[in-house]
Design a protein around this ligand. Structure first.
Ligand code: FES
Length: 115
């Protein structure tokens, strides 16, 4: 194999691994029928994990949303940080999360709370 062929193969492998990583962390929409990941930043917002799980349970959407601890989502030091459907939300509260999920699943649009 030539150096050029090795280079093309390496780029293909990196693209495959990169797309797998993006899907793994939930930054792209979930496939139809699969529970969507609601990421909670573990390093700065880990205490919100139980709250998020409770809200998901109370709204009866645990078959559609799974709460997952993540690594840093970016806006550190801006209160509770979560990500859902490719959007990162800072200063999240229980009420805002409830509003986000209710809006999302009432009409299943890209409705988002003010942030
Ligand atoms: S540590 Fe939570 S957003 Fe960076």
């Amino acid at each position: 194999m030539t150096y050029k062929a090795w280079g093309i193969a390496a780029v293909a492998v990196l693209l495959f691994l990169g797309s797998a990583f993006v899907g793994m962390v939930g930054l792209v929409p979930a496939e139809a029928g699969a529970a969507e990941k609601l990421l909670v930043c573990g390093p700065c917002s880990g205490a919100f994990l139980s709250t998020a799980s409770r809200v998901v349970e109370e709204l009866g959407c645990s078959d559609r949303v799974v709460v997952v601890r993540s690594s840093c989502l970016g806006p550190c030091s801006q209160g509770v940080v979560i990500a859902f459907r490719g959007e990162v939300y800072s200063n999240m509260t229980e009420d805002l999360l409830r509003t986000l999920l209710e809006a999302t699943f009432s009409d299943d649009t890209d409705a988002k709370p003010a942030n």
